[in-house]
Design a binder for this molecule. Structure first.
Ligand SMILES: [Zn+2]
Length: 391
C-alpha cells in the first residue's frame, strides 16, 4: 500500500526564564543570511549553507551550530516567499526582512519529555530545561515522531511549536471519492449520488467577535490587550471546533461509501473565487477566515484513516455543468441550470465538478464523454506541519 506522511503541530507554553540572547543572536544570524540570499538570489538551502556556514560559525562560536542550519532554512523560505510576492507585485518592502521573535529548532537542538512535561533546549553555552505549562498536546500524538520545532516569543510569553509526524499506509487510489467544497458560510461534501450541505455559521461567529473587538478598541482603556487576546482565542477555538466536527463527518462519509480519496479545491482556486468585487472590509474578514485550516484538518484526519487526499484546480466549479460541461445559468436563489436539463443547488454542483475533475485526473471515464476538456492540475501537496502564520 502507498505511504503518506501525516504532520501535526502541537503548541506548548513554556515556563521560566529563558536566555533572551538566543533570540537576538538568532535574529542577527538570520538577518545576515537573508541579506546574503537576497543579494545573490539564493533560494537553495544547500548553497546558502555552503557559502555562509563557516563564516557564521566563526563569528558566533558559542551558538550551537545547528542553529546556523535552521537559520539557513528559514532564510531560504522567507526569501522565496518574498520573491513570490515581489513577482506578483504585492511586496511592500524593497528587500526581505524578518522581524518576528522566532527561532527554528531541529531535532539536535531540543528534546521533549512528555512524561515529565519538560523540554530541553540547546542555548549558547549549554542546554536549559524548561517546564511545559500547557499545550495543545493530544493523545493522537502518542507514537508519532518529533521533528522540527519553533520557539516563538509573544510579548513576555514563550511558546514551543513542535511538529509531530507519522508515516501511514493509505489505500490504493480508485475512482470512488468524496469531494469537499468549502465556502465562507457552509461546507458541501459528498459523492455524485449524494451531497450533504453543512451550515458552519462561521461568518456569524467571526462577525460577532469582530464587532466585539471593535467595540473594545473604540473605547480605549487600560489593559485592553489581554481582553482582545481572550476574545481572539475564544473565536479561534469555536471555529476550530466546527472544523473538527465537519472533518470527522467527511471522513466517515468516505469510509461509508468505500471511497479511496478525499478531493478538495486548491488554494489558488478559492482565492480566485473570492477575489472579485469585494470591499476592503470583507477582504479583511476573508483573510482571517481559515479555509486552509479546515482543509488541513480534513487532510490529516483522512490520512490517519488511510485515505488519499488530492487537491484539484477547480476553475469554473460554479459556472460549468458537471454532467455535460456546458455553461450554467442562474435559476433563482443559489440554483443553477443547464441546457442538458440539469438543475441544482450551486453547492451541489461545485462538489460534483470537483469529483468530475478528480475522475479525469485518475483517468476514469468522465460522466459524459462529449463534454469539453477541462484543464486538470494536481494541487501542491500540503505541508501539514509548516506553520504558515510564522512566515
Ligand atoms: Zn449540462
Amino acid at each position: 500500500m502507498p505511504l503518506e506522511t501525516v504532520k501535526l503541530t502541537a503548541s506548548f507554553k513554556l515556563d521560566g526564564s529563558f536566555p533572551e540572547s538566543l533570540f537576538s543572536t538568532y535574529r542577527e544570524v538570520l538577518g545576515q543570511l537573508l541579506d546574503y540570499a537576497w543579494a545573490k538570489g539564493i533560494t537553495s538551502f544547500e548553497r546558502l549553507k555552503a557559502e555562509k556556514y563557516y563564516e557564521l560559525r566563526a563569528r558566533y562560536p558559542s551558538l550551537p551550530s545547528h542553529y546556523i542550519y535552521t537559520a539557513c532554512q528559514m532564510a531560504c523560505s522567507i526569501y522565496k516567499s518574498f520573491r513570490k510576492l515581489k513577482r506578483r507585485g504585492v511586496a511592500k518592502a524593497e528587500r526581505p526582512a524578518f522581524k518576528k521573535q522566532v527561532v527554528m529548532l531541529d531535532d539536535h537542538l531540543f528534546s521533549l519529555d512528555l512524561e515529565g512535561w519538560e523540554a530541553s533546549i540547546a542555548v549558547e553555552g549549554g542546554r536549559v530545561r524548561v517546564r511545559l505549562l500547557h499545550g495543545t498536546y493530544h493523545e493522537k500524538f502518542k507514537g508519532m515522531r518529533v521533528g522540527q520545532a519553533w520557539l516563538v516569543k509573544r510579548g513576555s510569553d514563550l511558546y514551543l511549536k513542535v511538529v509531530f509526524s507519522k508515516v501511514v499506509e493509505v489505500t490504493e487510489v480508485n475512482e470512488r471519492a468524496v469531494a469537499v467544497d468549502v465556502n465562507e458560510n457552509n461546507v458541501a461534501f459528498g459523492t455524485m449520488e449524494r451531497v450533504v450541505n453543512v451550515e458552519t455559521r462561521e461568518r456569524i461567529v467571526r462577525t460577532a467577535y469582530f464587532l466585539k473587538r471593535r467595540r473594545l478598541q473604540s473605547k480605549p482603556r487600560l489593559n485592553e490587550k489581554p481582553l482582545l487576546a481572550k476574545y481572539r482565542g475564544r473565536e479561534r477555538r469555536r471555529v476550530e471546533a466546527i472544523y473538527h466536527k465537519i472533518a470527522k463527518e467527511v471522513v466517515a462519509k468516505a469510509k461509508e461509501v468505500g471511497a479511496s480519496t478525499i478531493v478538495m479545491e486548491d488554494l489558488e482556486n478559492i482565492r480566485r473565487k473570492y477575489r472579485k468585487g469585494r470591499s476592503k472590509a470583507i477582504n479583511g474578514r476573508l483573510n482571517r477566515w481559515g479555509f486552509r485550516k479546515l482543509q488541513r484538518i480534513v487532510e490529516y484526519k483522512a490520512k490517519l484513516a488511510g485515505l488519499n487526499v488530492v487537491y484539484v484546480d477547480a476553475k469554473g466549479t460554479s459556472s460549468l455543468c458537471p454532467m455535460c460541461g456546458g455553461r450554467l445559468s442562474p435559476n433563482g436563489h443559489r440554483r443553477l441550470k443547464c441546457k442538458c436539463g440539469l438543475e441544482e443547488d450551486r453547492d451541489i454542483i461545485a462538489v460534483k465538478n470537483l469529483l468530475r475533475r478528480y475522475r479525469m485526473d485518475v483517468g476514469a471515464s468522465p460522466v459524459h464523454p462529449e463534454g469539453p476538456p477541462m484543464t486538470t492540475e494536481r494541487g501542491e501537496k500540503c505541508e501539514g506541519g509548516r506553520d504558515e502564520s510564522l512566515f
